[in-house]
Design a protein around this ligand. Structure first.
Ligand code: AMP
Length: 301
């Protein structure tokens, strides 16, 4: 009789067939990293919330090109979820995640419990200004403070030399770059390209929330953004009206079947400030909703 895939995955954790190393305490993590550093090895970190997909695995592979050892952290960070958000429902599948990582250059999984990260009496929060005020920050108050705080803790806990973040969460990547510069952290930050499914939908742990009809609509987000980018570039010489294009994009998303559009916005690629003309590297960012599920996407211009 064949075993349930999840049970089979669980039974293989820490078995000889699954050499994926998992540590759960800061002391064990530091021991491991200390041994590597004593040998002069460069250590990289891939922060994740688990439910790993090809997007996460691509970050592991990309980072391994620049460092000698790769740590993947798996921690569903309560501090970055709002009270009405999906913290409880967020997919948790550590055993399967470890199996997925076996085919990658990952050397170690760091999966702390919530009270390791936030022991009783925890009071500190890290806040990066301005960049976190709008876009995701406007819709999810406190979200970026939760991300900045946990990422800074992951850096200091691991002592990593480098870390990689996906361009999928572009505002987050820009925020982390600012935090590292502003706090003089000795961590090199890399950005990883967005990995997409066959129809162009950005891979996301939250895509499992979509019903079959919603999944069809979801594939139109990147198509509509690519069309807006083409229109912006075509009109660039004559001074494209980016505000009108943002409105056109919002309408196109609603017409395509999305229930709500949180934003469609052309921004400066580095500062994330709003722009009215395309005369420097820019980014088109959007979030559209299907039911309660928010789908993020963005494109370089
Ligand atoms: P998460 O587990 O959703 O917190 O994501 C962990 C990291 O993976 C973040 O740096 C994300 O930006 C990145 N990531 C998530 N989805 C993708 C994707 N489709 N392509 C590239 N990176 C991604």
């Amino acid at each position: 009789m064949s075993m349930d895939p999840l049970m089979s995955a669980i039974s293989q954790i820490n078995s000889p067939e699954n050499p994926m190393d998992v540590v759960r305490s800061i002391a064990d993590l530091r021991d491991r990293v200390g041994d590597w550093k004593a040998k002069g090895l460069k250590v990289g970190l891939v922060p994740t919330m688990g439910a790993l997909h090809e997007g996460h695995l691509s970050l592991v592979r990309r980072l391994a090109q620049d460092v000698d050892r790769v740590i993947v952290s798996i921690f569903v960070n309560p501090a970055q979820f709002g009270p009405q958000e999906d913290f409880a429902a967020y997919p948790r599948q550590e055993a399967l995640d470890c199996l997925r990582l076996q085919g990658t250059p990952a050397d170690l999984v760091y999966a702390p419990a919530a009270d390791v990260m936030y022991p009783p009496g925890f009071l500190t929060s890290v806040r990066v200004g301005r960049i976190t005020d709008d876009l995701e920050g406007a819709v999810r108050p406190g979200h970026f403070d939760g991300v900045a705080t946990v990422v800074l803790k992951l850096f200091t806990q691991s002592g990593c030399d480098a870390a990689i973040f996906g361009e999928k969460d572009y505002q987050q990547l820009v925020m982390i770059r600012h935090m590292v510069r502003n706090l003089d952290l000795p961590v090199e930050i890399l950005g990883g390209a967005i990995v997409r499914e066959a129809d162009g939908l950005a891979a996301s742990s939250r895509n499992v929330y979509l019903s079959a009809p919603q999944r069809k609509i979801a594939g139109k987000l990147n198509v509509i953004l690519a069309d807006l980018r083409a229109k912006a570039l075509a009109g660039a010489g004559a001074g494209a009206d980016l505000g009108a294009l943002e409105q056109m994009g919002t309408r196109a998303l609603i017409d395509a079947g999305f229930d709500r559009v949180d934003y469609v916005s052309f921004r400066d690629a580095q500062s994330l400030e709003t722009i009215t003309t395309l005369n420097a590297p820019a980014r088109l960012l959007a979030v559209a909703r299907l039911g309660p599920t928010r789908l993020l996407d963005n494109l370089a211009i």
